[in-house]
Structures are given as C-alpha cells and as structure tokens.
Write a protein that binds this ligand. Structure first.
Ligand SMILES: [Zn+2]
Length: 205
C-alpha cells in the first residue's frame, strides 16, 4: 500500500475498529517482536496523553515499528513534542499527524480544578502543564472534561500549525494530514474531531 495520508488514516481507523470489535490481530506477542533492528517505518505520528489507559499501538491494533508516539500529560504541543513530530514528518516520511485526546483526562481535570481555585499545581513542572491548559478552558470546558479534552486537542492542532513551518507547509500542499481525534474510554472508540481535508464526507469512524 503506497504511503499516503488517506492510507495512513484508513489503517488507523481499521485497526481501531478491530480493537473495538475485539478482533485485534496484534494481540499476541510474537517472536519477531523481539527483533528491533529493522529501521522504523511508522504509518503515522500520534501526539497523545501519557495516560496509561491510552496506548496507541493497542487502540489502533498496530505493532512495533508502526507508530511514532509522542506523549506527555495533556498531549501538549510544546517544544520537544513539536520537534519530535517534525522529525517524524521530515526524516521518517510520516504523512499523518494525529493529536489524540481522551475522555477522563487527569491533566484536564487538574487544570479545571486549578482554574476553579480548588487546587494548586504541586510542582513548577506540573505548573507548566497547567499553564498550557487552563487558558483553554472556557465555557462548557470549564466543567466538562470531555469537551475540554476536545478543545485542548483542537488547540494543539493550531499550535502545531503556528510553530512548525515544515508541518504547516506539508499540510498546505496536502502531503500531510494534521487531524485530531478523541478516544472514548467506554469501548475504546476513536472519534475524529476534524475531517480529512480532501474527503468532505468520510465514512463514520
Ligand atoms: Zn490525559
């Protein structure tokens, strides 16, 4: 299958469908998984939360070498994270960059508590995470963690476009798709939050 953004998205969504249906094909450790010497050839780059309940390889029914994962609490597009995504696009030829939010995000809920004056960041480093999330919590996102997670993901898309010339240019030419999605914890369904640019009526994910 040729490398392209549409093919990459199809591979991820088909894998997530298998995950949801309980028909994963990568659900067993195989001997070839021990071989890590082959060059990586990821189908996509995923910026997602560090939350242990959001393992991208499993959610998309992929295996070692298939996915370039960039993770931090709150899936924030900040310096090293954006640089990592640029590495995936420029050096690994990744054509799909997916910002993957999730339900029940602890970073989002902590930021909501900070914004409400109910809590303080426990350390300066945690404070840096809160400073990136709190300003985005407006309206329903003040109290609804899922809506806030969606808002946060969409804001990260814009942030990537703002700070990364190579990714923005690749998106403008259509070589790279930059999309956002959300994992529903109940069932593990990945729901697209933005539509692919060249397909105005994609199938329901
Ligand atoms: Zn989270």
């Amino acid at each position: 299958m040729p490398r392209s953004a549409p093919n990459a998205l199809n591979k991820l969504l088909e894998g997530n469908r298998r995950f949801v249906d309980g028909t994963r094909v990568h659900d067993e450790f195989r001997e070839d998984h021990r071989n890590l010497t082959s060059p990586q050839d990821p189908v996509a780059a995923v910026l997602t939360c560090a939350d242990a309940r959001v393992p991208p390889l499993e959610l998309f029914d992929l295996t070692i070498g298939d996915l370039f994962e960039v993770r931090n609490a709150g899936h924030l597009a900040r310096g090293p994270s954006v640089g990592s995504l640029e590495f995936a696009v420029i050096h690994l030829g990744v054509r799909l960059v997916l910002v993957l939010a999730h339900d029940d995000c602890g970073a989002v809920k902590a930021a909501q508590a900070v914004k409400a004056g109910e809590a303080e960041p426990q350390t300066p480093a945690i404070g840096c995470i809160m400073e990136s999330i709190v300003p985005l919590l407006e309206g329903p996102g003040d109290t609804d963690p899922s809506l806030a997670a969606e808002t946060l993901a969409l804001a990260q898309l814009e942030r990537i476009r703002e700070v990364s010339d190579p990714i923005r240019r690749a998106e403008e030419t259509g070589d790279v798709w930059l999309l956002a999605a959300l994992v529903e914890h109940h069932g593990g369904h990945v729901r697209l939050l933005t539509l692919p640019p060249r397909d105005p009526s994609p199938r329901t994910p």
